[in-house]
Design a protein around this ligand. Structure first.
Ligand SMILES: *Cc1c(COP(=O)(O)O)cnc(C)c1O
Length: 382
């Protein structure tokens, strides 16, 4: 793990605390999830959900996940053999990569990539093959030729995050079809990170890769309660996949953590079954916050990309006279009292992302307003 130092989120959050800055870096909401979900967790602790639950997860959560995949996407999974509970999506992805890729195998990722992907591919002894997302027509997308060229004889898997953090892209059916085509042609497994499955904007539809022709049997789908229900500290996630893939994931996961916290599993099952109307309100509110932040960033002089989903806006810093996002984000607390994340750290081809910074909008309106007011001084001074 040499080369994987402190994560950028830890560095920037510490900087925010040290300088008293507004933290639009790390993506966690500053308002908690639905009261009844929180109460279910409390009640679960009071009524005995305090010892090791079954390794694959509480049956009630596995059944709720199977019902959600079927009801929302028409994907049918056997809760007893094809649904598996993990310590957040992070462990679901880690166990999947460790189960499916070994030393020297290659895993395709779309850069900028979520930071845990690079680390867990390295833990597996595997090699990441990045395909770059670039702005085109106001959103970040990839060149299907570049994707095809990334496949080699050692390629085992493609890691697909949609809605995509940090680019904000929700892959279209055509983009997913290009990925599915490569998987079918080269017999690859797809590992999908769908933690923002509900948080899409302007009517954009989240399409799970597993719903495409021939993909259910070669896709390991990962999601979690954290983003959908504003409980990111609960670290309760799940994997849905064909039984042989689940057995492989379970073989790894049982020695990482063995089981997942019991009380939050009960609460997550309750949330999936009862709180989707609340999630729709969250979605609407996040879309308004996105627009609020973008209006402010544009007024401050940034070029902002309007994301189709997630918590994040990508901003191009060049119109303000800056070229290096790492330099700017390290100086930003001093210059403006705001913390953001340099997108560059999520690329292998750093030059492709050097001039982007990521701002989170899952914050109270008054926090966003204060942040953009401060950022407006940046242009005045530059
Ligand atoms: C937040 C996030 C995760 C982590 O999810 P947990 O359930 O908290 O482990 C994984 N992938 C992406 C893209 C995320 O933004």
């Amino acid at each position: 793990m040499q080369g994987f130092g402190e994560t950028i989120f830890a560095e920037m959050s510490a900087l925010a605390v040290r300088t008293g800055s507004i933290n639009l870096g790390q993506g966690f909401p500053d308002e908690d999830g639905p009261r009844a979900v929180l109460d279910t967790a409390v009640e679960a602790i009071r009524t005995g959900a305090n010892q090791y639950p079954p390794g694959p997860g509480l049956p009630e959560l596995r059944e709720a996940v199977a019902a959600q995949r079927l009801g929302r996407y028409g994907l049918s999974y056997d809760p007893a053999a094809e649904v598996f509970v993990t310590v957040g999506a992070t462990e679901g992805i880690a166990a999947s990569v460790l189960a499916l890729a070994g030393p020297g195998d290659e895993v395709i990722v779309f850069e900028p990539y979520y930071d845990s992907y690079a680390a867990v591919i390295a833990l597996a002894g595997a090699v990441r093959r990045p395909v770059t997302l670039r702005p085109a027509g106001g959103r970040f997308t990839f060149d299907p030729e570049e994707l095809r060229a990334a496949v080699g004889p050692r390629t085992r898997a493609v890691l697909v995050n949609s809605p995509h953090n940090p680019a904000g892209t929700v892959f279209t059916r055509d983009e997913l079809e290009a990925i599915a085509g490569v998987c079918r042609e080269h017999d690859l497994v797809a590992i999908t990170d769908e933690v923002y499955e509900y948080l899409t904007f302007d009517g954009t539809e989240h399409i799970p890769l597993a719903t495409l022709d021939g993909m259910r049997d070669r896709t390991v789908s990962v999601s979690s309660a954290g983003k959908s229900f504003s409980v990111t500290g609960w670290k309760t996630g799940w994997v849905t996949a064909p039984a042989p893939h689940i057995r492989a994931v379970q073989t790894v996961k049982q020695f990482l953590t063995y089981a997942v916290n019991a009380p939050y599993q009960r609460a997550a099952a309750y949330a999936l079954a009862n709180e989707l109307a609340w999630v729709e309100e969250l979605r609407t509110s996040l879309q308004a916050k996105r627009d609020r932040l973008i209006t402010g960033l544009e007024a401050a002089g940034f070029t902002a990309y309007r994301p189709q989903g997630t918590y994040f806006v990508q901003a191009d810093i060049r119109p303000l006279g800056f070229t290096d996002g790492i330099e700017l984000t390290r100086a930003l607390p001093e210059k403006a009292g705001v913390v953001a994340i340099p997108t560059q750290v999520f690329y292998d081809h750093a030059e492709a992302g050097a001039h982007f910074v990521r701002f989170a909008f899952c914050k109270k309106d008054e926090v966003i307003d204060e942040a953009v007011e401060r950022l407006a001084r940046l242009g005045a001074r530059a």
